[in-house]
Design a protein around this ligand. Sequence first.
Ligand code: FE2
Length: 259
Amino acid sequence: MFEFLKPKPKTAIPTFAPLGIDIHCHMLPGVDDGSKSNEESLACLKVMRDAGFEKVICTPHYQYPRFPNVESDIQNRYDSMLLDFTSLNAQNIPQMIGVAGEYRVDSGFSDRIKNNQFLLVGGKYLLTEFSLHQQVIGLDQVMFDLQMKNYEIILAHPERYPYYSSASSKLQHLKDMGVYFQVNILSLIGFYGEGPRRKAFEMIEKGWVEFLGTDMHNTLYAQALIDATHDRKIIKLIEKHQFLNSQVGSKEPIKTNKI
Ligand SMILES: [Fe+2]
């Protein structure tokens, strides 16, 4: 009785179709704090497909000592995940177009630069992240060393670092160096709190942000992504701003906002 009074559960609408490719998610199971199983990944990936993403690049954490991942092992696990998806007859999910990494700039990072030990997003971009608690000491030198080796650097979720405002001279300096910024879609709906939400919008309005990403970890994030697809402010923002997601992995030269 009164079943018709119950609100229908929301499903995603393809709000993010103009982005095409998600360049940041933790859908390779069992290697970090993201998905724990193929089933969880498939549930999240279905939501991502419904939200408009046609293609996905997996970016597990590389962070010492918490996630001491090794590139060859990650590549093997990714290949076997694809085989599992085929044998599970996975449908209505985005095309999986590669595995890369989200590299924490930590004490082991200099050795990685020395050894060129990175899996790149779309074979081109190095996705980096900083500690959420403290600023990187010697950051300018790290960025300089990366650029000397011709890495195209993306900084993941600049809006989430509490020690940087959206008027931060340190962030301005990174933009001046040509570092790309990737804002998390879920920041835009306040998933990480009011500060990151406000800063995410401000950074996009300033023209600082080239990429959006889901940073999808689990079904809690997937539920929030569904909410984001219904958010009028986000729908408007996607209509108004051009992002570079869809150009990742293309053979054409990337158009950049680099100075
Ligand atoms: Fe991430």
